[in-house]
Ligand binder design. Sequence first.
Ligand SMILES: NC(=O)c1ccc[n+]([C@@H]2O[C@H](COP(=O)([O-])OP(=O)(O)OC[C@H]3O[C@@H](n4cnc5c(N)ncnc54)[C@H](O)[C@@H]3O)[C@@H](O)[C@H]2O)c1
Ligand SMILES: [Zn+2]
Ligand SMILES: [Zn+2]
Length: 395
Amino acid sequence: MKGVVFQKPRELSVETVSDPEVQTATDALIRLTSSAICGTDLHIYEGRMGEPTGMVIGHEPLGVVEEVGSAVVSVKAGDRVTVPTHICCGFCASCVSGRSAECLMTNPGQTGAAYGYPGMGDYKGAQAELLRVPFADANCLRLPGEPGDQWEDDFVLLADAFPSGYHAAELAGVSTGDSVAVFGAGAIGLLAAYSARLRGAADVYVVDNVAERLDKAGEMGFDPIDFGAGDPVEQILQKRKRMRSGSAAWRGEEPLIGVTCGIDAIGFQARDRDDPSRENPHWVTEALAELVHPGGRLGIIGVFVDQDPAAAGELERRGALAVPWGSLFKKGVTIGMGRDHDERYNGRLRDMIVTGQARPSTIVSHHIGIDEAPDAYRHFDARRDGYLKVVIRTG
Ligand SMILES: NC(=O)c1ccc[n+]([C@@H]2O[C@H](COP(=O)([O-])OP(=O)(O)OC[C@H]3O[C@@H](n4cnc5c(N)ncnc54)[C@H](O)[C@@H]3O)[C@@H](O)[C@H]2O)c1
Ligand SMILES: [Zn+2]
Ligand SMILES: [Zn+2]
């Protein structure tokens, strides 16, 4: 089969690699119809997750079951399925408590496994034509419809991007009437904002400096904030002050012009506000700490790592950030973070799509064939020419 293979930082190739096979009775083999490229793949692409030369990358598959092992009971050849990024067993202590991204069985000695991801188990990636799925009963979620139908782009986002956006909103405890500031207008930030809306948020701000992505945020009904045009905290506070003026419902709330919920959808490679050509993961946390109300909640969905040899500073090299702990403590802020437990949400989000309540595919910007992947990565990595969410049509 063909697969997208990491060669060295910023260099991928499309190679013919060996076909995966059903290896154990609980496996399934999936023939992919679509496979999406993620911001997480860019951390790998840029060489920030080690140098997994020869690895097929990708972790956002959608396809049709080709073959199942003898013990698989819930799916059969011909079923259309989505498969979550984080590979789970379905029966360990983490899985049964709803924390599938910390599965204890699929990456022995570690918590959590994923396709095509350095350090997360020996699983071939999903930017390929076929995928071996272990513990198929736990990982395959059946879908209605046919490959290439009106849901193809919605369903490919069920593997990771949509549940991750939703998880961010869950971590930030977003519910009816909340005000939400999302930093990062990539696929995850936009789907976090979208999920906040689905959960009843009253107003949603999305911060970035990429014009096309801010336009998309506006088109989706959020308030775009360009950090290139000035301090985003100040911009949001001014907007909220104006919105509040004249309100009849004051109960001593005048100082509460911040937001109730904040989301970091960027992670450890966040750009510096004054000089976006360099990284500065600290200021997003600082900005969120400043912006959030007393009693507010923060959801950190952007990836942070515990070792980053390529980082500029000594703190960042060991995954440590200077966090304004004092102001967060004073405000009594709750912080949630970590990998998305995609299994928790994908069935419910599928049903939101099928009933027409959710159309996450609005963020898909490009469709390509697998041979075009190395070129698409170059554009996506530069976050230019409107590259926001690329879907490889593999079938
Ligand atoms: N926790 C999880 O399970 C999970 C799942 C999927 C993705 N992620 C992570 O979420 C993050 C976002 O993914 P994506 O696909 O949207 O990636 P992306 O790189 O396309 O989007 C990130 C966006 O942040 C913007 N940005 C950079 N610095 C900024 C700053 N200081 N302020 C505001 N905006 C800034 C960039 O311009 C870009 O538009 C990545 O770190 C990815 O690894 C985590
Ligand atoms: Zn992803
Ligand atoms: Zn498990």
